[in-house]
Design a protein around this ligand. Structure first.
Ligand code: CTP
Ligand code: ZN
Length: 157
């Protein structure tokens, strides 16, 4: 049991997103559409000491289980994250996120001239992951490469 166990209490049912890179918890909340208007109980811990990461963030959402596209989006900006499914206080499932090799519709292309951003027939954005840690993606249509802060911005939208 790690020291941070004492910082945020255990949950009965829901999802714990652990090992989020330091300071990224708010982007994770934004991916999940959590604004503060909803009913779910949400706990956030930021800058928690971690043996593996030095510092990390943690997000716990009670009674919510994430959709695959939400997990994929988290993987783009928090590649160290682990998803823990909690039922009756027990971790019943745990996995490390992994960006999909290619994906559609998770983020928009930042290139205004890209075919996914204009025209009468909308083309769904599509990207390939061309680098991991840090994640680097390339638009399948215009070839623009996005990583780092720019990727963070796109995921936040
Ligand atoms: N957790 C929780 N509520 C529970 C059970 C676990 O909030 N009822 C949280 C723990 O605080 C931890 C995460 O879920 O942040 C994973 O729990 P566990 O696997 O027990 O912790 P570790 O062994 O430290 O996990 P890891 O090896 O992934 O670091
Ligand atoms: Zn593009």
């Amino acid at each position: 049991m790690e020291e941070q166990e004492l910082r945020v209490r255990k949950i009965r049912d829901g999802t714990v997103i652990d090992h989020i890179p330091d300071g990224r918890a708010l982007v994770v909340l934004s991916i999940l559409g959590i604004t503060g208007e909803e009913e779910e109980v949400v706990s956030i811990a930021m800058h928690v000491p971690s043996t593996k990461l030095g510092k990390k963030d943690i997000v716990k959402i009670e009674n919510r289980f994430l959709k695959p596209e939400e997990v994929n989006k988290i993987a783009l900006i928090a590649e160290t994250a682990t998803i823990n499914i909690i039922r009756e206080y027990r971790v019943v499932e745990k996995w490390k996120v992994k960006p999909p090799a290619r994906f559609r519709n998770l983020i928009k292309c930042p290139n205004a001239r890209c075919i996914t951003n204009f025209g009468r027939e909308p083309v769904e954005p599509a990207f390939e992951v061309i680098g991991l840690s840090p994640v680097k993606v390339r638009c399948s249509y215009c070839g623009i490469i996005v990583s780092g802060r720019d990727l963070l911005e796109l995921v936040r939208q």
